[in-house]
Design a protein around this ligand. Sequence first.
Ligand code: NOJ
Ligand code: NOJ
Length: 576
Amino acid sequence: MYRFLVCALGLLGTVLAQSVDSYVGSEGPIAKAGVLANIGPNGSKASGAAAGVVVASPSKSDPDYWYTWTRDSSLVFKSLIDQYTTGIDSTSSLRSLIDSFVIAEANIQQVSNPSGTLTTGGLGEPKFNVDETAFTGAWGRPQRDGPALRATALITYGNWLLSNGNTTWVTSTLWPIIQNDLNYVVQYWNQTTFDLWEEVNSSSFFTTAVQHRALREGAAFATKIGQTSSVSSYTTQAANLLCFLQSYWNPTSGYITANTGGGRSGKDANTLLASIHTYDPSAGCDATTFQPCSDKALSNLKVYVDSFRSVYSINSGIASNAAVATGRYPEDSYQGGNPWYLTTFAVAEQLYDALNVWAAQGSLNVTSISLPFFQQFSSSVTAGTYASSSTTYTTLTSAIKSFADGFVAINAQYTPSNGGLAEQFSRSNGSPVSAVDLTWSYASALTAFEARNNTQFAGWGAVGLTVPTSCSSNSGGGGGSTVAVTFNVNAQTVWGENIYITGSVDALSNWSPDNALLLSSANYPTWSITVNLPASTAIQYKYIRKNNGAVTWESDPNNSITTPASGSVTENDTWR
Ligand code: NOJ
Ligand code: NOJ
């Protein structure tokens, strides 16, 4: 019976793989054409857009996406630059398109807009008109992921050009554009931002992760071309970003909390997109940078996927360990709050990336953190390292391959017969919803298919990074100035028990329970302390109680506060 089951499952896996193969074969070229159609001036659906400008979608109403977003454009061109530099598409027409993107983005950087000018924060502006002029309507701004993503795309191109002998153009033309973006990240990384979904104004995992990546590869790139003046500031703030990145992990529930604000569960495609867009094949399953096969990223993937099982009716009746349609976050209501193609592809992509790393290293590791993820595929698996010669490895990886293919198959099932990919598909019947021909949807298909194909891309320096023992949130943005923050917390305590505070900055002892600051009980049951904290900074903190060495933390999520530029503030909290 068992052998029959294994055989039958193997057969199902093969049938699934074949139908996914055929979807990849037909949808791949459609997705590529879909991307190109949305790029001005010659894209068939982008007429009127300036050269090298990516329109988010040709949809001009409900929703109106006839704009160019720095995030979408940078992710889209990163996928094209990857195709060019790996030789998937080495045509001169793609090369010219990339060159026109560079020029378009250089122009856009100079446009003063509601977020500021080039030197006063204007690079955080999320979107522009397709003729490169500023969009001046109300919007969730700034969004600080854009400059980092653009730097990453341009650095990928720059590295290829350097290997091909084009140093002069890189140094004189490309580098100043990249430098603007890197300097923006250095200056503003610790200030609040709207998240990638343009809704929550706080700190956001995706933004922190892509900023960290950009500064790491920016430092290496600048060094390579002898532009060393800012390298130490890139490296210093990269270390601080890596510190801050750790704070999004929710150890109790095994997932990455997407935003420090927002009042939601925090389960969000934000975190999977961060993992796939900061994938470094040579970094193995490093959890510090949340690599796709890291225990934390896999645990997070399961929690995220499971959060959609009961919210979309098209997912009903699907086995609890099989692929389902996923969206931005379970609480989403935008355009009906439906599954998205690009998030469902992102789940598949993370899993393919993981499978590729395991295959390259010849083993996979199950830890107590990733155990629930792996138990979906073998209930008897235990923590340990499994060599590729073991049956456990084979059982797990073939089931995970089918699981990954399942997400592609879901998108395939809900792709209309012309292959068009909108933004969303209906939660109740799977038909396309919201913006048609979303450029980012097409790009997400391309990158997921490439991952399935184990296409090799260059890394960005994630290898061997360690979290510094002391983290500072004091970037250029804070200018080194501090503000006095009084923390009052209402907490009942028993005799001998005291209340302390610790949090994400040096002045709050960087999450160290040992070095946490003692509050005064002079106004019991209100416990108080006044601390000088860096100005204009998003800070997370928690109260802890200590009784004879026993430490009790407040429940999740972290408390957060963004300090003002000057003056003093009082935070009134109640122990959770
Ligand atoms: C438009 C934004 O693009 C989208 O991300 C957001 O969900 C809606 N506005 C609603 O705030
Ligand atoms: C809404 C999405 O939430 C946002 O991430 C995207 O940049 C815009 N639409 C444009 O595609």
